[in-house]
Design a binder for this molecule. Structure first.
Ligand code: OOG
Ligand code: NI
Length: 442
């Protein structure tokens, strides 16, 4: 029998093996990340404070994009079989300067012990076909009809996923079949692409074409975790792999790592076949699969996050005014506003920690809770770094409202609030520690 967490770990491994076989630069990224993680651990025993090495080594996130609420529900069913639940709502439509007509959530484990077993997560975006700024009534109707006709996930896959969710396990041969079908569903399809249809959507947005211009979905990147992302950036560049021009998220600085820092290399041109209106095929290429790497830090509370957003805004302003490098400016802003150590973050209620009773001296110690989610601005940056064209949008049309509640209804499952999850984990650990020390609950 394979339990939910074993299914998730097996799925993450197989997906990573598939991606490595098909996207060689991803394998280079894994090698370099692994090398650096071992070096960091040799020089700094404290590096495992945000996750032990077996977790960090196996840790990946992936990203997929789907076209409709029906497809989103089906994806959610597959992830539910793997113990992954929708967490967080991201609206990327206005976070990017280019046309990125999607809203997103991340499917991931939510319990601390499940995260420790395997924290695999998948950032999942859905095309906002109802948004008039991108799709006029005629195109919307044709796009939705196209999406309604295609089948991303075989009925057998969905049926096995429902069974795995219901029982929390699958027997070995069934698990094998399920994992095979699940990995296959996220592989790049060799099917020829309808040239005219793809090009029509591409004029609006390359993201719209990537999602709605083909009859299948695919993992568009997989992201390992690294303990020193600045060193990784240097070494990938030395190996001749061209990275995007910066590391996104917080700057490098002497204080505690918070939230998430990410960087990536651009999608590589991969051969694809295109079908013309007369039925003839031609060879072409598409750039849709890339590689990304990330360093994870401490989860911030709502107050901490509001401070982070203010620091980002201040950095933007100072960079625009001074023309200095973003890293230098941000480091100064961080030093001016963010406590220089974990103790300061805890005292000011800016970050989440779990608390443990130290019975010998009757005190309580704190361990940071690692940030398990994403940053909308970095996510938009990832989309954008792979677009060669800005696309078009009609800003005279009103945006269609999408929010967490509406996305929950579309998925048929509650999109969870990440702050509430971290908060509950912190609260429970504190109550438990106080109880152990014979102190009254707070
Ligand atoms: C997803 C981009 C978001 C991240 O790490 O922020 C993401 C996509 O390109 O489909 O994966
Ligand atoms: Ni990513």
């Amino acid at each position: 029998m394979l339990q939910t967490s074993q299914l998730r770990a097996a799925f993450a491994t197989r997906l990573s093996d598939m991606y490595g076989a098909e996207v060689p630069a991803y394998t280079t990224l894994l090698d370099v990340a692994g090398e650096i993680n071992h070096e960091v651990l040799r020089r700094d025993a404290d590096a495992t404070r945000l996750g032990d090495i077996s977790r960090v080594t196996a840790e990946r996130h992936g990203a997929i994009r789907v076209g409709s609420p029906r497809e989103m529900r089906q994806a959610a069913q597959i992830f539910a079989a793997l113990g992954m639940h929708p967490v967080g709502f991201y609206d990327l439509r206005d976070a990017a300067a280019s046309s990125v007509p999607v809203v997103s959530t991340a499917f991931r484990p939510i319990a601390a012990d499940e995260l420790a077993r395997n924290p695999f997560r998948v950032f999942t975006s859905m095309l906002t076909t109802a948004d008039r700024r991108f799709f006029d009534a005629d195109l919307r109707a044709r796009l939705e009809a196209f999406l309604e006709r295609r089948e991303l996930f075989a009925p057998e896959l969905l049926e096995l996923a429902a069974r795995a969710e219901r029982y929390g396990e699958l027997d070995d041969p069934t698990a094998e079949r399920f994992l095979h079908l699940a990995v296959e569903a996220f592989q790049l399809s060799p099917e020829p692409i309808d040239q005219a249809w793809y090009t029509e959507l591409e004029r609006i947005s390359a993201v719209a074409a990537d999602i709605g211009g083909v009859r299948s979905t695919h993992v568009n990147h997989l992201t390992p975790r690294v303990l020193d992302i600045d060193e990784l950036y240097r070494r990938m560049s030395e190996r001749g792999i061209i990275m995007i021009d910066q590391i996104q998220g917080p700057p490098r600085w002497a204080g505690p790592d918070v939230l998430l820092r990410q960087t990536s290399f651009r999608a590589l041109a991969e051969p694809r076949r295109f079908r013309a209106a007369d039925g003839s095929d031609t060879d072409g290429t598409l750039r849709v699969r890339f590689g990304e790497v990330e360093a994870r830090g401490i989860a911030l509370t709502r107050e901490g996050r509001a401070l982070y957003d203010r620091m980002v805004a201040e950095t933007d302003r100072l960079v625009a005014e001074s023309g200095r490098s973003r890293q230098d400016v941000a480091e100064g802003v961080w030093r001016a506003h963010l406590p220089a150590d974990e103790r300061g973050l805890a005292d000011q209620g800016l970050a989440y920690f779990t608390y443990q009773a130290v019975l010998d001296d009757g005190t309580i110690s704190a361990t940071p809770i690692v940030y398990e989610d994403f940053l909308p601005r970095s996510a938009a940056g990832i989309f954008q770094s792979n677009l060669t064209d800005e696309g078009t949008r009609d800003s005279t049309q009103a945006a269609t409202a999408y929010d967490e509640g509406r996305l929950s209804e579309m998925i048929g499952r509650q999109v969870l609030d990440p702050f509430e999850l971290y908060e509950a984990q912190q609260r429970q650990s504190l109550q438990h520690a106080r109880k152990e020390l014979g102190q009254p609950p707070v």
